[in-house]
Design a protein around this ligand. Sequence first.
Ligand SMILES: C[S@@+](CC[C@H](N)C(=O)[O-])C[C@H]1O[C@@H](n2cnc3c(N)ncnc32)[C@H](O)[C@@H]1O
Length: 200
Amino acid sequence: MTTTFLDTVLRRARAGIGTFPYPHQAAALLDNPLRRRMEDPGQSIDVLELTGNERVLEIGPGAGFFSVELAGRLDSGQLDLFDIQPQMLAKARRKLEQADHHDVGYTAGQAGATLPFPASTFDAAFLAEVIGEVPDKQACVRSLAVVLKPGGKLVFHEAFLDPDRLSVAELRALCEPAGFVLDHAQESRWKDIVRFRRTP
Ligand SMILES: C[S@@+](CC[C@H](N)C(=O)[O-])C[C@H]1O[C@@H](n2cnc3c(N)ncnc32)[C@H](O)[C@@H]1O
């Protein structure tokens, strides 16, 4: 990963504190006009290459910055949101309902444990700036391998200013032993968008 000096400082500072979820009280910093000006959520969602009828799982949607874009791409498919903080799910739900997306599933829980969905449910899963906050990342990825269909896509968006940002190399080390293969990687100093596929 090409990192910035600030990335390094943030990672070092965070290392002494341990992992914890981004606080829901600061959700406004995740979903605001400034971020929208600097970052097009559609660019990361494009990497999922959705056709419109898929079942998609978004882990850690926060206040729904990417979720509205995701729901908008699923004409006859379905989106499920999963987050450890029910308050974040409530914020995402408000945003989705305002955008007229009413057929979305909301489940609260720990992504570092068994995900509460039947095996081979989803065609794709999306995680933006989440995996670094999950205490048991390996358990999370193993569980994603179970709930994704064979050939299913797993897309990570990792970006600058997130103190828990994982590099493409770190994502590979995490995902490949769980049965995923790297399929696509857009890397830059500011943002990495990385797609894996679940092996059949
Ligand atoms: C930094 S926020 C990113 C939110 C959103 N993806 C975005 O980019 O705007 C991280 C999100 O992951 C959720 N999260 C953190 N740890 C989690 C865990 N172990 N299980 C499920 N969700 C988790 C947090 O509650 C929060 O909503």
